[in-house]
Design a protein around this ligand. Structure first.
Ligand code: TMP
Length: 237
């Protein structure tokens, strides 16, 4: 499938139209950003790793009954996906306290959250993606009540599937973010799942194996992403 026009350039991916109006090409670039895009750097191999990692995870979620936009892996850094009408919210599940939750509530990093928390953030860079809740979504018309229930259910289901998948290779799924859209009226998982939008800690050492290595200037970002991919058996080369 040939790429046609560039439709949208995000912080780490570019989206292209194709000759089929229902399909898009997602191109994963080597860019890594932090602080809402204020800090950006390139890392060799990152686009390829995230593309193949995302394809692997989306396939697992699809097999578990979660509808995803994934159609095919096209190349090292491109995937063919269904064109969704994206909902303007990010769905976050937290199994352990980290990141903005620790900052906001002052709880200890690593605290087990049982049952896991479900947070919603509005996708709006100019406002720094503020935290919202279900009633905001309904009142402002971002997502209707029926679709909200579906978002929550699918995000928790993904948490079950992925927590087990990572636990089996001695990784803790601390938290993650998902984005959904509508395809012919159905709620479908879009965007990506990669260590850019999830926190993964080694079970034994609690070492961070995700984008926090970049956010916190810990070094070894690509080595950590490759280690996670290798543990899962994602074929990289
Ligand atoms: P947070 O601790 O910054 O709220 O993030 C929780 C998880 O969701 C973490 O794995 C990073 C991911 N996330 C994104 O990838 N993009 C976002 O805009 C937000 C708010 C969270």
């Amino acid at each position: 499938m040939q790429k046609k026009a560039e439709l949208y350039r995000g912080k780490a991916k570019t989206v292209y139209s194709t000759e089929n109006p229902d399909l898009l090409v997602l191109e994963f670039r080597n860019d890594t950003s932090a602080l809402d895009g204020e800090r950006i750097e390139q890392f060799d191999r990152k686009g390829m790793i995230n593309n193949k990692f995302n394809y692997f995870i989306m396939t697992k979620l699809q097999e578990a009954g979660i509808p995803t936009q994934m159609e095919a892996l096209l190349s090292d850094n491109e995937a063919l996906v269904k064109k969704l009408e994206m909902m303007p919210v990010e769905c976050v599940v937290r199994n352990r306290a980290a990141g903005s939750l620790v900052k906001r509530l002052g709880v200890e990093e690593g605290m087990i959250l049982n049952p896991p928390l479900f947070d919603l953030f509005l996708k709006d860079d100019a406002k720094n993606d503020p935290m919202v809740n279900e009633s905001y979504c309904e009142t402002f018309g971002w997502v209707n009540r029926e679709n909200l229930a579906r978002l929550r259910k699918l995000t928790y289901k993904a948490n079950e599937v992925l927590s087990k998948l990572f636990s089996d290779v001695d990784l803790i799924l601390v938290d993650f973010k998902l984005e959904f859209g509508l395809f012919k009226g159905e709620v479908v998982l879009g965007d990506e799942f990669s260590p850019d939008g999830a926190r993964l800690w080694d079970k034994e050492t609690l070492n961070k194996m995700d984008k926090d290595r970049y956010r916190q200037s810990l070094g070894g970002l690509i080595e950590a992403y490759e280690e996670v991919a290798n543990r899962l058996g994602v074929k990289l080369d």
